[in-house]
Design a protein around this ligand. Structure first.
Ligand code: NI
Length: 148
């Protein structure tokens, strides 16, 4: 690997044993690789705690298009947030259900608000927001489940 800094880490033997077990379970090829992943994860977690962090992602919803005026409501919400939605994909899953995937970007807070708004429309069966910070490139899932 190019351009790496080697560091020495002091760690209790019991903790190291547990870490080694985790490394085997997750299939890492080395302690260094596992440690790098952990560091990236905790850095990314910091991003996800910052409501103003710029994120890119997707909002995926599954809904029943027969419910009330759901199609117009979803369309209206998307037009109101057109500055955060770059494009969308609509798939007709079966006779009643549709899946829509919105490609979104903006402040973490805004994307969460938008996902909540869209997921809470009556008739939306499942809503999921997936975000990645372009700087740390780790993916974060925020799921919502609704009963019909
Ligand atoms: Ni459809």
């Amino acid at each position: 690997m190019d351009n790496v800094t080697r560091i020495g880490v002091s760690i209790e033997p019991e903790l190291l044993d547990e870490f080694d077990e985790l490394i085997i379970r997750k299939g890492y090829s080395s302690r260094s690789e596992a440690l790098r992943d952990l560091v990236r994860d905790s850095l990314a977690e910091q991003d996800w705690k910052n409501p103003e962090q710029y994120m890119v992602g997707t909002i995926t919803i599954i809904y029943d298009h027969n419910t009330g005026n759901i199609s117009e409501r979803l369309m209206q919400l998307q037009h109101e947030s057109n500055n955060h939605i770059s494009t969308s994909i609509h798939v007709h899953l079966d006779h009643d259900r549709c899946m829509e995937i919105l490609l979104v970007s903006g402040a973490l807070r805004e994307l969460k608000e938008l996902a909540d708004q869209i997921s809470s429309v009556r008739g939306v069966l499942r809503g999921r927001l997936t975000m990645a910070s372009p700087t740390t490139a780790h993916i974060h899932h925020v799921g919502h489940r609704h009963t019909v």
